[in-house]
Design a protein around this ligand. Structure first.
Ligand SMILES: Cc1cc2nc3c(=O)[nH]c(=O)nc-3n(C[C@H](O)[C@H](O)[C@H](O)COP(=O)(O)OP(=O)(O)OC[C@H]3O[C@@H](n4cnc5c(N)ncnc54)[C@H](O)[C@@H]3O)c2cc1C
Length: 323
């Protein structure tokens, strides 16, 4: 029986949240198919990240610590992955569906003559089969991918599951990688300039969801509450997809990850992709007319009601209290 290899990503010296989400998936299928979970961490000066991952569910963590891996380079990263696959005897290789995953996964699959399941949001074990789930037609349908042979390479959407949080003792094994001549060279990292609002710096965020209904209603209902509280306005993804607000207002796995002192969610259902972007907020108030909405599971205060009644009253009460 092979193992499951998690290809972890390091950002600013730390293992990314998305990699701990991969660990959740890996442990789920590992437990059901009797496969060990192993991981690869690559970069330069990554021993702290590798150590942490080994203590937080990553199993045996292969640490490829090499100057050639200091900045992402496909050829060098691929050499590290090949070494890790050989060392782990992995037959299931999981990557995050990120630019690094998009770059590496097809090359790994081609080199192994393996199948590639990309952009998956879940994986289940049915009998002895792995079944990967992928959305299509803009999320209207789910497809089930049942690989007929292993090895298999899969990329999983960040935010599709919770990060693994249990403690599990693994170990770190140094992995030497021989990086030959590469056809690409690292030039520089460019961080996109933030435009307009920077939600990651806001202490208070009032977010609205699809049910707000229109860009005008955002200005009439959500913005006044944000202004009264001295905070910023945020939104769920359908709001941005509809063009009601620009992308920098989006909170969630494909938007901003925020942790303000106060987060007010107005008419937001609480899908996992939204929750991963705001659940670290210090205090969460949720207003939703559905008492069973998942947002209430992470809320400190929940108001079951119509946002168009509750929010204006709250705004007036805050203005009155402030005098
Ligand atoms: C790859 C991927 C990435 C994604 N990234 C993100 C992301 O970054 N951020 C994000 O938000 N989503 C993201 N999503 C989408 C996510 O899965 C949900 O579809 C989305 O969060 C739902 O937005 P919503 O809560 O506004 O809308 P809905 O799910 O439609 O929920 C609307 C809610 O409003 C409530 N409601 C209706 N009318 C009222 C009213 N008058 N008063 C009070 N409550 C009312 C309803 O009860 C319901 O709970 C992503 C999805 C995918 C597949």
């Amino acid at each position: 029986m092979g193992s499951i290899l998690v290809i972890a990503e390091i950002q600013k010296g730390k293992v990314r949240e998305a990699s701990y989400e991969l660990v959740s998936f890996a442990r789920k299928i590992g437990g059901a198919t009797n496969r060990e979970v192993k991981s690869l961490v690559m970069g330069q000066g990554i021993s702290a990240g590798a150590e942490e991952l080994s203590k937080k569910g990553g199993g045996e963590v292969f640490a490829a610590d090499d100057a050639a891996l200091a900045n992402y380079n496909l050829d060098a990263a691929f050499a590290a992955v090949q070494a890790a696959i050989a060392a782990s005897s992995a037959d299931v290789i999981l990557l995050s569906n990120t630019p690094t995953g998009w770059d590496l996964a097809p090359r790994i699959a081609a080199s192994l003559d393996a199948g590639l399941a990309s952009d998956c949001f879940n994986v289940e074990v049915e009998g002895s089969d792995l079944v990967f789930f992928r959305r299509f037609f803009n999320g209207k349908f789910d497809s089930r991918l049942r690989p007929t042979a292993l090895p298999l390479v899969a990329t999983m959407q960040p935010g599709a599951t919770a990060a693994f949080e249990g403690a599990a003792d693994g170990k770190v094994t140094a992995l030497s990688v021989s990086v030959g001549a590469t056809g690409t060279k690292f030039v520089e990292t460019k961080v996109a300039a933030a435009k307009g609002v920077d939600l990651t710096k806001a202490d208070i965020i009032v977010s609205g969801g699809r049910s707000v209904g229109s860009p005008e209603k955002f200005q009439e209902v959500i913005k006044p509450l944000a202004d009264a509280l001295g905070g910023a306005m945020g939104a769920s993804r359908p709001v941005v997809d509809a063009g009601w607000l620009p992308h920098e207002y989006q909170v969630g796995s494909s938007g901003q990850v925020v942790s303000p002192k106060l987060y007010v969610a107005c008419g937001i259902s609480g899908a996992i992709q939204h929750l991963v972007g705001m659940k670290a907020s210090n205090f969460i108030i949720a207003i939703n007319k559905d008492a069973d909405a998942p947002i209430f599971e992470v809320a400190n205060v929940g108001v079951v009601g119509d946002l168009f009644e509750v929010v204006p009253k709250l705004t007036e009460a805050i203005k009155t209290a402030k005098g």
